[in-house]
Design a binder for this molecule. Structure first.
Ligand code: ADP
Ligand code: TRP
Length: 327
């Protein structure tokens, strides 16, 4: 099976990104042909400072490599380094009803938040469809918030196949129920844009502050507490071993155990969980030129695959472009 997913380098990656998408990808690479990329073109819809985007892109690449993406097994690259993706976006745009894009929740949410209604924002799912269809992906691991974008991708693939003949594999989303929506420190979905995240690789004091800032109710320390209604417990449970989870549950119900205590244990658990990855990341960060080389190799591999699809699409659509030097 061919598996593909991407992540926007629009800020510091958080434990929602890790559980919702990154960990699945890393696990799947053992048995599948994996394509993983940093979606810098997508991030441009929300970031207009070039230097910041470039720095975030490198940070996201380091994060993924440290967490276990293995460039020897998988194809790992930065989206904008394969320009044929933009070309495919154009071909796909001609079979994409504007209404399909206008109906996307994420587009409507972004407008509601005050982002300008430009074509980039509207075409965001179209570019995402190009990413997915370009490598003929079977499976796309994502968090629940991307479900609709996958439905749009399937619609576009089916429409193109109907109009031009069998061209694209129609992909399926892979959404893990247990971690479909990781709660943020305020109880809403954890998201870079809500300022409610817990970083994967932040400074110790930043992460401590984020964990200690998790919103709880005001049940006094001595009283028993319901773990299922508590954000701290929900986050703890996502990383705890079954016996750790059961023990924490017992302490909540027994009383005499405050939210402050639960937060301290959650902080310690997270630090310990990510410790080996943090060490590996620090090693990788010492040699950014090597990271660049890894990404460049990934670009070559991704481009070769993407160009195969593009060649097919050009033949079907009648476009006469040819695909640079990677063919
Ligand atoms: P953000 O909302 O922080 O900007 P992205 O939209 O860049 O995150 O999401 C990157 C990946 O991480 C996607 O597959 C998305 O579904 C997943 N993801 C993001 N936030 C969460 C969350 N709170 N719970 C589960 N998965 C998430
Ligand atoms: N839109 C996705 C997100 O915000 C990122 C993304 C871009 C993506 N292209 C993709 C995810 C292709 C899966 C497949 O999370």
């Amino acid at each position: 099976m061919r598996v593909l997913s991407g992540i926007q380098p629009s800020g510091t990656l958080h434990i929602g990104n890790y559980l919702g998408m990154m960990r699945q990808m890393i696990e799947l690479q053992a048995e599948h042909e994996l394509f993983c990329f940093i979606a810098d073109l997508h991030a441009m819809t929300s970031l207009n400072r070039g230097a910041e985007l470039r720095a975030n892109t490198l940070k996201a690449a380091l994060d993924f490599l440290a967490l276990g993406i293995d460039p020897a097994k998988s194809v790992f690259w930065v989206q904008s380094t394969v320009p044929e993706i933009n070309e495919l976006t154009w071909y796909l745009s001609n079979v994409t009803p504007v209404g399909l894009l206008e109906r996307c929740h994420s587009y409507k949410d972004k407008l509601a938040k005050g982002l300008p209604a430009n074509a980039g924002l509207l075409n965001y799912p179209l570019l995402m469809a190009a990413d997915i269809l370009a490598v003929q992906s079977d499976i796309v691991p994502v968090g629940k918030d991307q479900k609709q974008h996958l439905e749009v991708t399937r619609d576009i693939a089916i429409k193109f196949n109907n109009e031009f003949g069998e061209t694209f594999q129609v992909p399926d989303a892979l959404i893990k129920d247990a971690v479909a929506i990781v709660p943020g420190t305020d109880g809403q979905k954890m998201s870079k844009s809500y300022g409610n995240t817990i970083d994967i690789f932040g400074e110790e004091k930043t992460i401590r502050k984020q964990v200690m800032g998790i919103v709880t109710d005001s049940t006094p320390l001595e009283q028993p507490k319901d773990p299922d209604k508590c954000n701290v417990f929900k986050i703890y449970a996502l990383f705890a071993a079954p016996e750790q989870k059961a023990e924490m549950e017992r302490k909540y119900r027994a009383g005499g155990f405050g939210y402050g205590d639960a937060k301290k244990e959650t902080f310690a658990l997270l630090r310990e969980y990510f410790r080996p990855y943090r060490e590996r990341r620090a090693e990788l960060a010492k040699d950014p030129a090597e990271v660049q080389r890894v990404l460049q190799k990934g670009t070559e591999k991704a481009r070769a695959e993407i160009c195969k699809t593009l060649q097919l699409v050009r033949e079907k659509t009648g476009a006469a472009a040819f695909c640079g030097d990677s063919q």
